[in-house]
Design a protein. Structure first.
Length: 193
């Protein structure tokens, strides 16, 4: 699109106006605004994680290193995206349950969100193990293609690790935050919401 216009499907068109509304309501959020804000913040890492899964799959193919991977490249992204979709749905459902506004529903929603975060952390941790084992194996027994494109794939795998660490830290932070009880604190007390 020309002139800096965003397509109608761009999530920023939904998220940024909602953030403005939430900022105006702070610290006395209404339930719908707080719920929408929470859902957007919770599910965002799934999109980043999916791109990281695809990057590893491409690195495996570029280096002709599929024999070193625990999971075939064609299945790698699919398996881990399924885990992210399950996590995404659980966290979204938890946010939806919290939006009903009753205290019992808010506690149930928190528990569903915690379950979704645990699923996300488990799948993501397994992914990092798969990536690490592939990396270790291809360093020990390089392929011809991995030696040709050595600088490219090594920079990429380290970038993948850096992004993975940041996503993992964020997921653990959110898990701890929800395990402590989001309802036990005022929204104005939350750090890095």
């Amino acid at each position: 699109m020309s002139g800096g216009q965003q397509p109608a499907s761009d999530p920023k068109l939904t998220f940024h106006p909602q953030r403005c509304i939430a900022a105006e309501e702070a610290p006395d959020f209404t339930v719908p605004v707080y719920s929408i804000h929470t859902i957007f913040v919770l599910v965002a890492p799934s999109v980043f994680a999916a791109s990281i899964y695809m990057c590893l799959g491409r690195l495996i193919l570029i280096t002709n290193g599929e024999k070193h991977s625990l999971i075939r490249a064609r299945w790698l992204t699919k398996i881990f995206v399924v885990g992210d979709v399950v996590s995404f749905l659980m966290q979204g459902a938890g946010g939806g349950i919290m939006a009903s506004g009753t205290i019992d529903a808010m506690h149930l929603g928190e528990n569903v969100i915690i379950g979704g975060l645990v699923v996300q952390i488990l799948f993501f941790s397994c992914f990092v193990v798969v990536a690490g084992i592939w990396h270790w194996r291809i360093l020990r027994v390089p392929t011809g293609k991995s030696m040709e494109a050595e600088g490219l794939w090594k920079r990429s795998i380290y970038s993948l690790y850096a992004g993975s660490v940041l996503i993992w830290i964020r997921c653990v932070f959110r898990l701890i935050e929800y395990a402590q009880g989001m309802l036990s604190r005022e929204p104005s007390e939350l750090v890095a919401v």
